[in-house]
Design a binder for this molecule. Structure first.
Ligand code: SF4
Ligand code: SF4
Length: 498
């Protein structure tokens, strides 16, 4: 049988988002991502220009207002309602496409660095310098940060064959990827049968070739006649998955940038973006890696959410004063390194290892699972609470002045900013309620996931095994709530409300 129409067998639940009118064809188009990236590049350019030559006032400059107030709020809302669409439109991966077109072969990223330790270090550095350099207050420094980001991603994407920057280094990508694991969408194949007889595995290998190539694949599907499908590679082809995910084996959104290159490269129209129950993978033990780096990334991000908010409330300044006056630690750099090092790295590692050790001990399962396996079983449960903390924080900054970016744009375009007209704010009590709901929802979701993990590990002694973890979630939630109840610096909008 010779039939160029790809076989259509559907083994998956969830709506195929790429079948939606307008949105589907736009995202599937071979230049679909390029269009998003071009828009994002223009926006980044505007930020850099305003940062360097615009007013050096945080609340009146696109370079500070956009990333530190609006983009962060947009990111958490998008992750919750759709998926990792910020990475999808990220312009930093453009150099990879360019390098391939220029026939730069690229080398493999060093094997020892193919993990999430650099991502954790990158997140730590980003939050540290955000606080130490007051990045939110300096359009000039924020513009430099964007330039440095472009340069770093360009160099790494051009040097290495895979998207090393996205997968192993980018702190923004690490944030998006971890929290996209609770998004209501994922990449999946329609029929594993088709993948089994697919010759080129273009979803990961790509369909790009300097010269046109034609291949005939014989596709076998259980219980159906085989079909022959023409597969074309050529200069108009698509690169394979930059983060080297093989579509039929994807179990998690972690490492997926939602670039949809796999969709465009697959010659059998067998991979797509599907809806799913939010956070479905967090329930499945097979969904997540059991590596230390992956577990600690998810856990540390929750603690970073607390320390990031802590840096904006009065007790943080009191702590700095105490360190300086009573302990003689006058260097702000060292004091901040100490506070963030403790809160963002040592504390998450210590409480996770401590809870795993205690849980195994009181349930009598010490000899069965290693500490690493126990921490890995409970690490996904940190995702909802961590997300709740970030959501509560970012929604505060977004909702105190949701339209204040409009006069900033007006001024950037040379007009007069209509500040009075766009200065409306959501009632502070309503914002507080949203924050409380986000924290409680994250807490109870985390508790439920941890309960399931405890049942899997400890069966009849699940309640005992759950206790140390439940206590950590409770303390994290209460700490975050306490911080959000305090007067918080309205960074980027202060001057307008002061
Ligand atoms: S997703 Fe497409 S390209 Fe990848 S293995 Fe399956 S059929 Fe082949
Ligand atoms: S699996 Fe890979 S190619 Fe497909 S959307 Fe995710 S990152 Fe992109």
């Amino acid at each position: 049988m010779n039939d160029n129409a790809p076989p259509r067998v559907r083994n998956i639940t969830g709506m195929d988002v790429l079948r939606l009118p307008l949105l589907g064809p736009l995202l599937r188009h071979r230049h679909g991502r390029l269009a998003l990236q071009a828009g994002a590049t223009l926006l980044a350019l505007a930020l850099v220009i305003d940062g360097f030559v615009g007013p050096q006032s945080a609340a009146r400059n696109l370079a500070t207002v956009t990333p530190w107030v609006y983009l962060r709020g947009f990111v958490v809302i998008a992750l919750l309602l759709a998926g990792n669409i910020v990475c999808m439109g990220c312009p930093f991966t453009l150099p990879r496409t360019l390098a391939k077109r220029l026939s730069l072969s690229g080398r493999r990223f060093p094997a020892r660095l193919r993990n999430k330790w650099l991502s954790i270090a990158g997140l730590f550095a980003l939050f540290f310098f955000y606080e130490y350099l007051d990045l939110w207050a300096s359009p000039w420094l924020s513009a430099w940060l964007i330039v440095v980001y472009f340069a770093a991603s360009f160099a790494l994407e051009a040097i290495f064959a895979e998207s090393a920057f996205c997968k192993y280094i980018c702190p923004l990508g690490a944030f998006n990827m971890v929290y996209s694991t609770l998004s209501p969408s994922r990449i999946a194949v329609k029929s594993p049968d088709i993948c089994a007889s697919c010759v080129g595995k273009e979803c990961v290998n790509g369909s790009y070739a300097p010269q046109p190539v034609l291949r005939i694949d014989e596709i076998q599907i259980a219980g159906a006649e085989s079909q022959r499908v023409e597969v074309r590679h050529g200069p108009r082809g698509t690169l394979g998955c930059g983060t080297e995910l093989f579509a039929p084996q994807i179990r998690s959104n972690l490492d997926c940038t939602f670039c949809l290159d796999c969709v465009r490269a697959c010659p059998h129209d067998n991979v797509s973006l599907f809806t799913r129950a939010p956070g479905a993978e967090l329930n499945r033990p097979a969904g997540w890696s059991r590596r230390w780096d992956v577990s600690l990334l998810a856990i540390a991000l929750g603690f970073m959410g607390i320390s990031n908010a802590f840096g904006m409330v009065p007790p943080y300044y009191a702590l700095q004063e105490w360190l300086a006056l009573d302990l003689g630690l006058s260097s702000e750099f060292i004091a901040l390194l100490l506070i963030f090092g403790l809160m963002n790295l040592l504390l998450p590692a210590a409480v996770a290892i401590g809870a795993a050790w205690l849980g195994r001990g009181i349930t009598g399962f010490r000899g069965r699972d290693s500490l690493r396996e126990t921490v890995a079983a409970f690490a996904p449960a940190f995702v909802p609470l961590g997300f709740g903390i970030w959501f509560a924080h970012y929604s505060f900054h977004l909702l105190v002045g949701p339209l204040l970016i409009l006069p900033v744009i007006q001024e950037f375009l040379g007009g007069i900013g209509d500040w009075a007209r766009f200065s409306l704010s959501l009632d502070i009590n309503a914002i507080g309620l949203i924050q409380l709901v986000a924290l409680l929802a994250g807490f109870f979701w985390s508790l439920r996931l941890a309960q399931k993990a405890a049942l899997r590990l400890y069966r009849r002694k699940a309640l005992l095994g759950l206790l140390p973890w439940a206590l950590i979630y409770l303390l994290m939630m209460l700490a975050a709530w306490q911080i959000f109840s305090l007067p918080m610096e309205m960074r980027g909008t202060l001057e307008l409300f002061g």
